[in-house]
Design a protein around this ligand. Structure first.
Ligand code: GLY
Length: 568
């Protein structure tokens, strides 16, 4: 399905397989949203059509999937300010054609002046706004360091990868209706939380097709182009960040910025019925929870029960309950706390976790807590597969929509509000309703626990799927459902991501379903004893399937946003 954005007008035309526009040119004022494409060589799916197209052009110009991932992220930082970023952080998982698996961690860290009680008042009660709004909510951004860590696996020079983003920031582009709505919705917050003038505020309401020009951001990107990571973590940009902090009572210092390091970790890799699932390790909870959930459902006949059958949904809800209970109790930054990963993902342990599962009867989060071990909404995703069979899956975040809503004066980029992903106090829910304990308490230099789950599925050591999604606490359950929808229920990539989704995260003890979830299924779940609540969208998944026999790529962007696929 194709949507044409032309000076603010949205026209819908039917998509013809393998016949989308050539990708060799970028048209910032006249572009299409392509939901589903089939291409022969390389494909990129991201949250914005211009960013996907930038990535596809890089692939066509001889770049590999890592080059395209770097260029797409930089373009997203310009055309999708709500979540694309250089002021946030993320995770990149890749499988290279030489068989190597990669996991790059560029999660934000707590500043040196941060402390475990920094968001509590004198009586020890949480002051929620402080970890969500403005300067004090920001962790040290990791994205730029992450992009340079990924350059080790790229083919093209960095200048070629960043130039499209600089052009889009400098010359501008036409915004989509969703972006116009976002900027209008957050206008009052931009006014309240900024100390300098920002291009995101204008007198008249934004509308689809309006031009967004970001000269200050273009300047910052040019500094990064010319000086590398030092163009962000040192010199003019670092000074602007610190000046912004001083104007807004934030705590990030020059030393914090200079000391930030992205790092490579060992990707989580596990077997599910002959497929290899590759995903992100700690400080993301995503990989461990996914391994737990898939390990717990593996012994049940899900495919036989059928897609969206009450039996299948109930089982999936019960494994989600158990994984999120463990998440709250045990998971945190592995550089600061000892996490019993092997025990949490051990098959015997997972079998034990399911001993109190009663088919067709609601479990209870009062009774099902974290396991006893032996001794012991806004983020964005992009998926890429290139012609050589390199696969990349990146999830990156500012945390909330437009992060802290604070733009760094003179540098033109938004800061994250990722500090809210720490547990500000044991048992106190964060903005996604997630609770945590000591393992995820605030400590200087520590990475806050994440749910981001960039994932690649291998079949016979070749990439079969690259997928992932934003969505806060729903990220893990969205990825889990998409994997079940494809691997168990045989849905096409487009159906697997677009069908309505459900979510359970232990606390609150309820199943949240999307508004279009079938009423009859809701009633079945209620008759088993579940509390079911309706909620907004669950995830915005990007997926690419590499059809093994036919060798074409089937790429789909989620129906829930401006998500768009591009390829050649
Ligand atoms: N900020 C959302 C996450 O990292 O899980």
């Amino acid at each position: 399905m194709r949507f044409l954005i032309l000076l603010g007008m949205t026209v819908c035309t039917m998509y013809a397989a393998c016949a989308q526009q050539p990708v060799d040119e970028l048209h910032p004022y006249n572009y299409t949203i392509d939901k589903d494409i089939k291409v022969l060589h390389g494909a990129v799916v991201s949250a914005h059509p211009l960013a996907s197209r930038v990535g596809a052009i890089i692939l066509q110009q001889g770049g590999n999937a890592v080059d395209a991932a770097i260029a797409t992220q930089l373009a997203l930082a310009v055309v999708y300010p709500g979540a694309g970023n250089i002021g946030g952080g993320g995770f990149l998982v890749a499988h290279l054609k030489n068989g190597r698996n990669i996991a790059i961690d560029y999660r934000e860290t707590a500043p040196a002046k941060a402390g475990r009680d920094m968001y509590l008042d004198a009586l020890g009660n949480p002051i929620t706004q402080l970890s969500l709004d403005g300067h004090l909510a920001a962790g040290i951004p990791g994205t730029v360091a992450g992009l340079f860590a990924a350059m080790k696996y790229a083919k093209l020079p960095f200048t070629k990868l960043i130039d499209p983003a600089i052009r889009l920031a400098d010359k501008g582009f036409a915004i989509t209706e969703a972006e116009a709505n976002g900027l209008n919705t957050y206008k009052a917050e931009f006014e309240k939380l900024n100390t300098a003038k920002t291009v995101f505020i204008k007198e008249q309401p934004w509308k689809a097709g309006d031009t967004l020009i970001q000269k200050e951001l273009a300047h910052t990107l040019t500094l990064i182009r010319n000086k590398g990571a030092a163009g962000f973590y040192q010199g003019e940009t670092a000074a602007n960040i610190v000046a912004e902090m001083q104007r807004g009572h934030g705590i990030i210092t020059l030393e914090d910025l200079k000391n930030y390091k992205a790092c490579e970790r060992i990707a989580v890799a596990f077997n599910y019925k002959g497929y290899t699932i590759l995903t992100m390790p700690l400080p993301s909870s995503g990989g461990i929870c996914l391994q737990q959930m898939m390990g717990m459902v593996e012994n049940y006949p899900l495919a036989q029960w059928g897609f969206h059958s009450p039996q299948a949904i109930q089982l999936m809800v019960e494994v989600e309950r158990r994984a999120y209970a463990d998440r709250a109790q045990f998971l945190g930054d592995p550089d600061f706390v000892k996490v019993p990963v092997a025990k949490l993902t051990d098959k015997k342990y997972l079998t034990t976790r399911m001993l109190d599962y009663v088919p067709m009867k609601a479990g209870s989060s009062d009774k099902t807590k974290a396991g006893t071990l032996p001794e012991s909404e806004e983020t964005t995703h992009l998926s890429i597969i290139d012609a050589d069979g390199n696969a990349v899956s990146v999830t990156t975040t500012l945390n909330g929509h437009y992060g802290s809503r604070t733009v760094v004066g003179k540098s033109g980029f938004l800061l994250n509000n990722e500090m809210d992903d720490f547990s500000v106090k044991p048992g106190v829910p964060n903005m996604y309703g997630l609770v945590g304990t000591e393992a995820n308490a605030i400590t200087p230099g520590k990475r806050m626990l994440s749910s981001m789950t960039p994932t690649i599925v291998l079949q016979q050591q070749q990439p079969l799927y690259s997928l992932g999604t934003p969505g806060g606490s729903t990220i893990i359950t969205s990825v889990f459902q998409t994997l079940m929808n494809t691997l168990e229920f045989g849905l096409s990539p487009a159906d697997a991501i677009n069908q309505s989704k459900f979510h359970h995260q232990w606390l609150p003890d309820e199943i949240a379903v999307e508004k279009d979830f079938p009423d009859s299924t809701v009633q079945s779940l209620q008759s088993m004893g579940y509390k079911v609540v309706k909620r907004g969208p669950v995830g915005r998944t990007e997926i690419i399937k590499r059809a093994p026999a036919l060798r074409f790529l089937d790429a789909s962007g989620d129906k829930r946003g401006d998500d768009s696929a591009a390829g050649y």
